[in-house]
Every structure is written in structure tokens, then in C-alpha cells.
Design a protein around this ligand. Structure first.
Ligand code: NAD
Ligand code: UDP
Length: 348
């Protein structure tokens, strides 16, 4: 019997890629998303890309904090596990509007966990982030590193990790995997689904992509005086399809072992600077990205990359793609969809 997975936030960037990989892997998927930061066009495209498996995808426009609606969904469907992506994720906005972030991310998660428990669904994969490592004292970051948060978004990730550890301590029937993502970039190789942030992108590659298609004049490079090979910040960029596959690996672990509550990094283990990433994108796209050198962005760490040993060993998962493939696929998506899922008039 095919397993049925509830995917919260499944219309979003990582969620849509994960839902596609789940469908192709033979899972039935039910997506709930309030479309606050996404479009249902992504769902339609995932359905098409999945071909005959597309019929195994059901979408509900729903806010996770709407407990009666979630209750009704769980009453009508038996879920084997939940992958919980839904949340707000813009660091800068979280500093301006902390209550919005605490309300959405924490209350949404608590409601979800309560409804799961009430219906005896106790298998969860949660989207955590490398942001919980703060400014790491050394690299690569292992899962045992001390945790900290420098903004309300990061706090929500830390709190939710703690909530998960607590509910497992209170009830050993729970099986929970906390996945700490490093920097997801790229798109599905079809160029049919990808990242479509609202407003001015916070993250490097969505910004680069918008410069390449002529929506913004130049990339501002935040910080040129870090102790790195070229002075710019170093991160662990991971292809979104590799990341999506990491979720299938996590689900298999939940179904096949007595895992308790465990945390895994999902990264490549390789560090790439801002200038190296820009160069790889210029090569992939044939577009020149004009640069504006600027000071450091407050709160940014210097070098962050993952230790991938634990995920390789215990999830049997390893990233396959490098930065050239990430930039190739990012450009394929951007050039086919310069305004994402919208039209030139619907975004700024
Ligand atoms: P995204 O914004 O594209 O997707 C999140 C989805 O959740 C959106 O479709 C949004 O509409 C939905 N959502 C938000 N609040 C909701 C609510 N209350 N009820 C229902 N739906 C809601 O973001 P993404 O990049 O796909 O990220 C997915 C998850 O991974 C998030 O939890 C994010 O914090 C985490 N994460 C992302 C990154 C990254 O760089 N993209 C890195 C680390 C962790
Ligand atoms: N960055 C940049 N210009 C931008 C956005 C990001 O120079 O417009 C840099 C940022 O300082 C960091 C790297 O790119 O060194 C990755 O930033 P991103 O926000 O994508 O990820 P995070 O800092 O959250 O890991």
C-alpha cells in the first residue's frame, strides 16, 4: 500500500520540489498551504511533471493555525507521516515583525503537533536550518555544535526543535527527524518549477537571478573583508532536488527504524564564496552580473558549511549536484520564468 504523506507548505520552493520527488517515489501526498508566499501554479506544474503519478497529489488551501480545518482533514485521511515546511522565512522581516513570525511559525507548528497527536500520527520531518549554528566557531558544522539564534526567524527554528525534543521525551511513540538545511538553490531540471520569492529577494541566488533577467540593476555584495579566499562570505549551497531527495531518505528512516528524535544536516560539505557563486552563474547563463561592493550585512556569519557524515551514514543520502548544475538549473528556470509564477505586473 502506498504511504500517504501530509506536506505542509508544499506549494513553496522546497515543498514543491519535495512533493514531486515523493510522487515519483510512489507516495501519495496531501499538501496544505495558505499560499501566503507561494502560488497554486506550482501545484499544477508538479502535477503535470509527475505524469501518471500526478493523480496522487491533493491540495488544500489552508492555514495551519486553522485547527478545525486541520482536524477535519485528519479525520478524513489517515496520514503515515507529515513533512512540515510551512513557515515564514525572511530573516529581515522577522526582525521587523517578530510577533508575526512567532505567531505563524510557532502556533502553526503547535496546532499541527496537537492534531497529529490526537489522531495518532506521530511521524514528523521538520524543516530546520543551518541558521541554528549562528556564527560557528569552526567548520564543518556537526549536528552536536552549540545552537544559537540571532533573529526571531532563527529563534522559531530553535524553539520548534526544542518542542520536538520535548514531545519525544514525553511520549516515545513519536519519531521525529529535524533536517537542518544549508543553502538551497537551483530548480528542477525541467525549468518548470523553481523559487519565486515575493518582493526584494533576501537570499543571494534569487537576487542574482533577478539581476540576470534585468529586473534589478546590480547585486550588492555584503562584505568583502571576511577571512575567506576572496573576502566574501562562504556558504554550503545545495541543489534543491538533492534536498528534496533528502526528505525521501528521512521518511524511509522514520518508517524503517526506531529513531526517536534525531537531527541531520542536509548540505554538500563544500564551501563556496559569493564571488565564486556569481562566477559559476555567469558561466551558466552567459550573463554578466554587475556588482556593487558593500559592507557586511548585520548578523551574517563568515563561513558556514556542513558536516555531511551523519546524513550519509544514517540516512544513506548524499548530495549529487555541484554548483555548476545548481547554476545551470537556476538559469533554466529564470530564463523560462523571468517573473516566476507571476506576470511582470504582479511582482515588483
Ligand atoms: P517558501 O516560503 O517557499 O515555502 C513555505 C510555504 O509555507 C509557503 O508556500 C507558504 O505559503 C506556506 N505557509 C507559511 N505559513 C503557513 C501557514 N501558517 N499555513 C499554511 N501554509 C503556510 O519557503 P521554502 O524556501 O520552501 O522553505 C520551506 C521551509 O524550509 C521553511 O520552514 C523554511 O524556514 C525552511 N528553510 C528554508 C531555507 C531556504 O533557504 N529556502 C533554509 C533553511 C530552512
Ligand atoms: N549575499 C550578498 N548579497 C545579497 C544576498 C546575500 O552578498 O544580496 C551574501 C550573504 O552576505 C552571504 C551569502 O550571500 O554571505 C549567502 O546569503 P543568503 O542570504 O543567501 O544565505 P544565508 O546568509 O542565510 O546563509
Amino acid at each position: 500500500m502506498a504511504k500517504t504523506i501530509l506536506v505542509t507548505g508544499g506549494a513553496g520552493y522546497i515543498g514543491s520540489h519535495t512533493v514531486l520527488q515523493l510522487l515519483l517515489g510512489g507516495f501519495k501526498t496531501v499538501v496544505v498551504d495558505n499560499l501566503d508566499n507561494s502560488s497554486d501554479i506550482s501545484i499544477k506544474r508538479v502535477t503535470e511533471l509527475a505524469g501518471e503519478y500526478g493523480q496522487n497529489l491533493i491540495f488544500h488551501k489552508m492555514d495551519l493555525r486553522d485547527k478545525p480545518a486541520l482536524e477535519q482533514l485528519f479525520a478524513s485521511t489517515t496520514f503515515d507521516a507529515v513533512i512540515h515546511f510551512a513557515g515564514l522565512k525572511a530573516v529581515g522581516e522577522s526582525v521587523q515583525k517578530p510577533l508575526l513570525y512567532y505567531n505563524n511559525n510557532l502556533i502553526g507548528t503547535i496546532v499541527l503537533l496537537e492534531v497529529m497527536a490526537a489522531h495518532g500520527c506521530k511521524k514528523l520531518v521538520f524543516s530546520s536550518s543551518a541558521t541554528v549554528y549562528g556564527w560557528p566557531k569552526e567548520v564543518p558544522c556537526t549536528e552536536e555544535f552549540p545552537l544559537s539564534a540571532t533573529n526571531p526567524y532563527g529563534q522559531t527554528k530553535l524553539f520548534i526543535e526544542e518542542i520536538c525534543r520535548d514531545i519525544y521525551r514525553s511520549d516515545a511513540e513519536w519519531k521525529i527527524i529535524l533536517l537542518r538545511y544549508f543553502n538551497p538553490v537551483g530548480a528542477h531540471s525541467s525549468g518548470y518549477i523553481g523559487e519565486d520569492p515575493r518582493g526584494i529577494p533576501n537570499n543571494l541566488m534569487p537576487f542574482v537571478q533577478q539581476v540576470a533577467v534585468g529586473r534589478r540593476p546590480a547585486l550588492t555584495v555584503f562584505g568583502t573583508d571576511y577571512s575567506t579566499k576572496d573576502g566574501t562570505g562562504v556558504r554550503d549551497y545545495i541543489h534543491v532536488v538533492d534536498l528534496a531527495d533528502g526528505h525521501t531518505a528521512a521518511l524511509c528512516k522514520l518508517f524503517d527504524s526506531n529513531i526517536g528524535c534525531e537531527v541531520y544536516n542536509l548540505g554538500t560539505g563544500k564551501g563556496t564564496s559569493v564571488l565564486e557563486m556569481v562566477a559559476a552563474f555567469e558561466k551558466a547563463s552567459g550573463k554578466k552580473i554587475p556588482l556593487q561592493m558593500a559592507g557586511r550585512r548585520p548578523g551574517d556569519a563568515e563561513i558556514v558549511y556542513a558536516s555531511t557524515d551523519k546524513a550519509e551514514r544514517e540516512l544513506n543520502w548524499k548530495a549529487k549536484f555541484g554548483v555548476n548544475e545548481m547554476c545551470r538549473d537556476q538559469w533554466n528556470w529564470a530564463s523560462k520564468n523571468p517573473y516566476g509564477y507571476g506576470s511582470p505586473d504582479s511582482t515588483d
